[in-house]
Design a protein around this ligand. Structure first.
Ligand SMILES: *Cc1c(COP(=O)(O)O)cnc(C)c1O
Length: 364
């Protein structure tokens, strides 16, 4: 017997998630621009802020447990069945709930090589083993994912578009992935950046969910101006919603999160404005940086991944950016040590990044 409590097997094999920096060493908060967490450069929907202020008058009352009004708004705006939505405290909670519901000791979950770093954590937390499928030139590879599936596989996790690469699978490729999976394997499509996608051959996952019993789409409000509110959701088959709701905490999403997300969902004009801003500056920044002997992966998200000659060059470029108060995301933890992920920010921020990297490359 141990002389102290011992975590479940698997827990201590988890490498803790390391978030991006939020400040530059030696700089005051007012002198830094945070481009490390894919947050909205336009703030939150003013309607969401208003809703939170109004709700703050009633903090003594428990929330409605199933986020009913928010689900109704999502149902209307996305044209989907509110009964097949589950809301969580960020999509992180939703992803955890899915892992807890479907993965047990000895099970496997398949994920892509440069996939979102939360997937291996939640897989191990549930007692499972992450199985990594190699990517082809920084893009998820359907054949490699299918080849990694065994009779122990319970879930395939796919962020589409993916963070941190920004690359995506077309709707057709997604269909091919689904068609190749056994019926008992759950395909989790994490469409965290759906609102920022402009590619015409993209599919968010809704039609695949509606055509099958083993696909779930996961979404978040965090990249749309509500990161602080912590709200995410899933849309899935009725049997999955029933199972997940059995382990979901009865009051898992705060009133403030619920009302903020409901208002933001209905504020379609704000979503459009965010998308338009992002599209403009994603194209602009990719071209500017790409003209400096640097490779920028084609991105469908609200960030770009810049590849330097090697890890040393990426570190030096990061130093030059920090020097000017520009805080971006280092990629060593993802196994892309020569990369820096840069969130699409304000016009001033984008111009400062472009100038800094041009100066940096001119000096190389
Ligand atoms: C940011 C992100 C999330 C997490 O979002 P939260 O709702 O803030 O928990 C999930 N998946 C991907 C791919 C992300 O980039």
């Amino acid at each position: 017997m141990s002389d102290r409590p011992v975590p479940q097997p698997g827990i201590l094999t988890i490498a803790p998630y390391v978030p991006g920096r939020s400040s530059a060493p030696g700089k005051k908060a007012g002198d830094t621009i945070k481009l490390s967490a894919n947050e909205s450069p336009l703030g939150a929907s003013p309607k969401a802020i208003e809703a939170v202020k109004a709700a703050a008058e009633k903090l003594e009352i428990y929330p409605e447990g199933s986020s009913r009004e928010l689900r109704a708004a999502l149902g209307e705006v996305h044209g989907i069945d509110p009964e097949r939505i589950v809301v969580g405290a960020g999509s992180d909670e939703v992803l955890h709930l899915l892992a807890q519901t479907y993965i047990g000791d000895g099970d496997e979950a398949v994920m892509s090589q440069y996939g979102f770093m939360v997937y291996p954590i939640i897989t191990r937390a549930a007692g499972g083993t992450p199985v990594v499928a190699p990517e082809t030139d920084y893009c998820a590879d359907v054949d490699a994912i299918l080849a990694a599936v065994t009779n122990k596989t319970k879930i395939v996790f796919l962020a589409n578009p993916n963070n941190p690469t920004g690359t995506y699978l077309t709707a057709e490729e997604l269909d091919r992935l689904h068609a190749g999976l056994p019926a008992n394997v759950l395909l989790v499509i994490d469409s965290a950046y759906a609102e920022y996608v402009t590619a015409a051959d993209y599919g968010v996952g809704i039609s695949l969910v509606e055509r099958s019993e083993n696909v779930v789409m996961v979404r978040t409000f965090s990249k749309m101006g509500l990161a602080a509110a912590r709200v995410g959701w899933l849309y899935g088959p009725a049997h999955l919603v029933d199972a997940v709701n059995r382990i979901r905490g009865p009051f898992n999403v705060s009133v403030l999160g619920q009302v903020a997300a409901e208002a933001a969902t209905r504020d379609v004009a704000f979503t459009k404005a965010l998308r338009a801003h992002n599209d403009k500056w994603r194209v602009w920044l990719s071209e500017e940086i790409g003209s400096n002997r640097l490779r920028v992966l084609p991105s469908q998200g609200n960030f770009i991944l810049v590849l330097f000659a090697d890890a040393e060059a990426a570190r030096a470029a990061n130093g030059a950016l920090l020097e000017r108060g520009l805080v971006v995301r280092e990629m060593g933890g993802y196994g892309i040590a020569n990369g820096l992920r840069i969130s699409i920010g304000s016009e001033a921020a984008m111009k400062a990044v472009a100038t800094t990297l041009k100066d940096f490359m001119d000096g190389q």
